[in-house]
Design a protein around this ligand. Structure first.
Ligand SMILES: Cc1cc2nc3c(=O)[nH]c(=O)nc-3n(C[C@H](O)[C@H](O)[C@H](O)COP(=O)(O)OP(=O)(O)OC[C@H]3O[C@@H](n4cnc5c(N)ncnc54)[C@H](O)[C@@H]3O)c2cc1C
Length: 440
């Protein structure tokens, strides 16, 4: 067992040590799991990647494709308190909620609100900034390595403001960007028209975040990373994991088809499904679901896909993100706080579509129905990365809220360093799983 030398981690981590030759099962093949598998493989572990579907077909497929340097401000930031009265009416496109869901999950709901306080927010922005910066560098290298540079844009992304007042209200957000050295430029209405001529003149101001990247098919990027893992000898196995337990030095995984798999160490990378497995292990975790929808549009009559918008845009008043994708314009909604598996509610997407039509020639819908996914969020909006409490040799990397597509690579590097007992490049303490996961 190795001892961590990092100052923020004073106790040795049980089960940490050299990964070379160790069998590791990574459970879940979204962006987080695939990056974890690649990182552990690079360190000499014998890695098997388990998923009930093909890699990258769930949340990591349906997101807005932004690798956002600026996404260090979570939804539960100090301004949430101020906006609360306006949100209670449950009519805003940016945030909807199902009251029954919140009442059934008071631990998460109250914790989420309480963690909007300034002191936690300060720690969270510091922690997320480190994770994002680490991840962007790795993504750049890896996307090139897997031959997907044609999917990558480094044109940044834009937050759009329909009025000077809206822009002024976002001042605290802009101050955070400046404090963390994010490369932003404020655009006037005329500057915006020059940069994005396909947008209609309904925005008085915009903030251009220049050091962000985006991709035109997030699922294809995850699949390409998974392909790289397999090429290098990694095993990808289709399995639905239903249980996990220690058996001496080994970890045993039970699967829905009755199979039992044995490994030296296991990593839970199940995104919005992590809570199910963690609860079956006899622990509690207050993981909430910030659901979001998307739908593709052809971008104007006769328009070729991708012909208008040059970069993703976030309409702050409209409460949606519009991303130029290989399939067309992907319109993604804001947050719906609701049970992960509750039936979809079309009203938020309808509202986003109406707002987007005011801003751009959206054209016909390409998809017959909306896609629905869940951003998995812990009460302080930081993922859980590190050893699982009460289970030796079982590790966690989940709860990546709005930024899991961006931060998969950095999370993997942090986790692999912790698993090996090395000092990670960013502090691990803000991400410790035991800040929320408890034995029942
Ligand atoms: C509308 C929307 C827009 C978003 N936009 C962005 C964005 O622009 N940029 C960004 O960085 N992030 C964005 N996100 C967030 C991001 O998509 C998530 O944080 C990220 O995809 C989470 O990745 P993951 O690997 O943890 O989970 P997932 O991608 O969901 O992977 C979990 C995997 O676990 C598998 N699984 C589930 N149960 C089992 C089981 N029992 N056994 C085996 N396998 C199982 C699933 O099949 C799945 O493949 C967005 C999210 C939404 C909903």
């Amino acid at each position: 067992m190795a001892v961590l030398s990092q100052s923020s981690q004073t106790r040795p981590i049980e089960g940490a040590g050299d990964l070379a030759g160790t069998t590791v099962h990574v459970i879940g093949a979204g962006m987080v799991g695939v990056c974890t598998a690649l990182e552990l493989q690079a360190r000499g572990a014998l890695v098997t990647l388990l998923d009930r579907r093909e890699p990258g077909r769930e949340t990591s497929w349906g997101n807005a494709g932004v690798i956002a340097r600026s996404s260090l401000v979570p939804l539960n930031n100090p301004s949430l308190w101020r906006s609360l009265p306006g949100l209670l009416g449950n009519r805003r496109a940016a945030l909807r909620y199902d009251l029954r869901y919140l009442l059934k999950n008071p631990g998460w709901a109250l914790g989420f609100l309480a963690n909007a306080r300034a002191s936690t927010f300060h720690e969270t922005t510091q922690a997320l900034d480190g994770l994002i910066r680490l991840s962007i560098d790795i993504h750049r290298e890896r996307i090139a390595e897997v031959g997907q540079l044609h999917r990558l844009s480094d044109a940044g992304w834009l937050t759009l403001y329909r009025s000077e007042t809206g822009y002024a209200r976002a001042r605290s957000f802009h101050e955070v960007m400046t404090a963390f050295g994010v490369d932003t430029v404020t655009l006037s209405r005329a500057d915006l028209t020059d940069l994005e001529p396909s947008l209609k003149p309904v925005f008085d101001r915009a903030l251009w975040v220049r050091d962000s990247l985006s991709v035109d098919d997030p699922g294809a990027i995850v699949a390409a990373y998974a392909g790289r893992f397999a090429q290098a000898g990694g095993q990808i196995v289709r399995a639905e994991v239903t249980g996990i337990r220690n058996d001496g030095d080994a970890v045993k995984l039970s699967c829905a088809d009755g199979d039992e798999l044995t490994c030296g160490r296991a990593v839970i990378c199940l995104g919005p499904w992590a809570r199910d497995l963690v609860e079956r292990m006899g622990c509690k975790v207050p993981l909430g679901y910030e659901r979001g929808y998307h739908r593709h549009f052809c971008g104007g009559v006769g328009a070729a896909p991708n012909s208008g918008l040059q970069r993703p845009v976030h309409d702050s008043a409209g409460g949606y993100v519009l991303s130029p994708m290989a399939r067309g314009l992907r319109l993604s909604t804001g947050v719906e706080l609701s049970a992960r598996d509750a039936v979809p509610n079309p009203s938020q997407m309808d509202q986003a579509e109406r707002a987007a039509r005011q801003a751009i020639d959206l054209g016909e819908a390409i998809d017959p129905e909306c896609w629905l996914g869940s951003r998995p969020t812990l009460p302080d909006s930081r993922p859980a990365i590190g050893p699982m409490p009460k289970a030796t040799n079982v590790w966690a990397s989940f709860g990546h809220q709005h930024i899991g597509f961006s931060t998969g690579p950095g999370s993997a590097r942090l986790l692999a360093d912790l698993m090996e007992g090395r000092t990670p490049p960013i502090p691990a303490a803000p991400f410790r799983p035991d800040r929320f996961i408890r034995a029942r």
